[in-house]
Design a binder for this molecule. Structure first.
Ligand SMILES: [Zn+2]
Length: 252
């Protein structure tokens, strides 16, 4: 069975890079933005330059974020997130790199410094001028009431701390992710179609550097041909089963 194969590969590797995408969080009620029901189908994305120069664009972006906010706020980690915390507890996780903005890995129990969020997070609001971070709830409530795009104390524009279209990726985080990829013995990509760049280059660079490459996803991915092991299935069943088997293997 595929979870046994995954457990066996994991038991051989001390430094595992885990890379996650939207598919790991759909069971937590987070919509896949690129999927058929995704918000992107209903909302025209706001580009970063427009956000910074147009009040109308700022309102549009805040409306879009407000539409998904309750789902994000109320989402809970699922068994796949918790299985990765167990992997970390076994001392095998080098680092976890995620495309997700839902913060569910940290809520499941990973410390902040074990998770690299390449596309930012919906769980914080960031001032675009001074960089200060804020708790989202009161700011969303304020916007809902006033319909005024929120401002920082420094007068800078506040924006959910996710990477917008046309906004530069965080260089330091990308550098950390590629550095971890270069050290990895095994790379495990979960719930990602591996199409969005530069994020998808992180697992590919680990494979190119000699790591064993395992992909767990429902449906094909852009990197299936690179995988040493390709598991078709739901991460919420595959990962807990594999971690259970890994614990047995290690105890032997
Ligand atoms: Zn500020």
């Amino acid at each position: 069975m595929s979870s046994s194969q995954l457990a066996s590969r994991l038991s051989d590797a001390r430094r595992v890079l885990v890379f996650t995408g939207a598919g790991i969080s759909t069971a937590s009620g987070i919509p896949d933005f690129r999927g058929p029901q995704g918000l992107w189908k209903k909302w025209r994305p706001v580009y970063y330059d427009d956000f910074m120069t147009s009040r109308e664009a700022r309102i549009r972006h805040w409306d879009y974020k407000l539409a998904g906010w309750h789902q994000f706020r109320d989402a809970k980690p699922n068994p796949a997130h918790r299985a990765l915390v167990e992997l970390d507890g076994m001392g095998r996780l080098e680092v976890l790199v995620t495309q997700n903005i839902d913060g569910l890995h940290q809520l499941a129990g990973h410390s902040e410094d074990r998770v690299i969020e390449l596309h930012g997070t919906n769980r914080k609001i960031e001032c675009q001028t001074c960089g200060q971070l804020f708790d989202p709830s009161p700011i969303f409530e304020e916007f809902e009431g006033t319909r005024e795009p929120p401002l920082c104390r420094c007068e800078g524009f506040l924006k959910p701390a996710t990477i917008s279209f046309g906004q530069a990726m965080p260089h330091e985080k990308l550098r950390e992710a590629f550095s971890a990829a270069s050290r990895a013995e095994l790379v495990l990509a979960i719930g990602s179609t591996l199409e969005v760049e530069p994020a998808a280059s992180v697992p590919r660079s680990a494979k190119e550097g000699g790591a064993v490459y395992i992909i767990v996803n429902q449906g094909p991915t852009a990197q299936d041909q690179l995988a040493d092991l390709r598991i078709e299935g739901d991460a919420t069943t595959v990962l807990p089963a594999a971690l259970g088997e890994l614990q047995k293997l290690i105890r032997r």
